[in-house]
Design a protein around this ligand. Structure first.
Ligand SMILES: [Zn+2]
Length: 291
């Protein structure tokens, strides 16, 4: 893992006209124990736009505790990349990758929607040796390949499990047990979480990034036999500065995640494209101001 010193050039956006990044979690106090231990989403003051506070489809918004969250955007980064730094990248990185994926690991990402694709992109930071993208949609698998996936698999293929195990049993892994070292679930299906638990190796980790997964059985005896770690959570936004720095340096390029771009007056068309994601090969839709 590359270590970055504190960002000397990082600035809070505080001038009229500043282009800024607003992480999806905000309003946290920045000084309580939860904020200091990087679980800002659990801070009693934290909020998500569009939940208890108003959403963002407005001409003006008020950002509480802006000193903790409103970050000045680097000038050399495209809008397509900047918008991914608000939620998709930090969510996938903080819950799926950070502290879990190590150099040389065998990694599988279940689900190649925007967050799953972001997990693939941010997992490349740790330089895994195998990075398997798993989805039933061929277009999304091809995007995964552009973002760094080393292998693409469709879970509906009858020999899917055998294919994963075969990839993890290559000669260079002869001193390791079969299975992936880290399974990242971004699909949000009970079946994928179960499959992730089955495919993870001894000493492996299962990270559940997807929200609202139906009731899912967890076999604790299987966990014990594998010394498996199971984790989940919500993004806190503490990685936004690091990820933005990497994007600004050209070390991460999330722009392929934006599949469609519309002007604000085309918002109804944008929502239609978003609502029919599979038919339109939609990943993320970017709405921009008129000028
Ligand atoms: Zn706090």
């Amino acid at each position: 893992m590359v270590f970055y010193p504190p960002l000397v050039n990082w600035q809070i956006a505080n001038q009229k006209g500043d282009l800024c990044i607003l992480p999806a979690i905000l309003n946290h106090c920045g000084s309580c124990h939860l904020c200091e231990t990087k679980v800002q989403y659990a801070c009693p003051k934290s909020d998500y736009p569009g939940t208890f506070m108003d959403g963002m489809l407005a001409e003006f918004i008020r950002v509480p505790h802006a000193d903790e969250s409103l970050l000045l955007a680097p000038k050399n980064v495209s809008l397509e990349s900047l918008v991914m730094l608000s939620d998709a990248l930090p969510t996938s990185y903080e819950i799926g990758v950070e502290g879990k994926v190590q150099k040389g690991d065998r990694v599988a990402v279940f689900g190649c929607g925007p967050v799953g694709l972001s997990a693939i992109l941010t997992a490349t930071i740790a330089k895994p040796s195998v990075l398997i993208a798993i989805d039933i949609n061929e277009h999304r698998l091809q995007v995964a390949k552009r973002l760094g996936a080393t292998h693409l698999l469709n879970p509906t293929q009858p020999d899917f499990v055998q294919q994963v195990l075969k990839l993890t049993c290559a000669p260079e892994f002869s001193d390791r047990k079969p299975g992936v070292d880290v399974a990242i679930d971004c699909a949000g299906k009970a079946g994928t979480v179960t499959a992730a638990q089955q495919l993870v190796t001894v000493g492996g980790k299962v990270a559940v990034v997807a929200c609202g997964i139906p009731e899912t059985p967890v076999n604790f005896f299987e966990m014990q036999k594998k010394s498996m770690a199971l984790s989940s959570g919500f993004m806190s936004g503490h990685s936004v500065a690091l990820l933005t720095e990497m994007v600004a340096r050209g070390e991460l390029d999330p722009s392929p995640l934006v599949s469609h771009k519309f002007k604000l007056h085309e918002i109804e068309k944008a929502y239609d494209v978003f609502s029919h994601a599979i038919e339109n090969n939609t990943i993320k839709v970017l709405l921009v101001n008129e000028d």
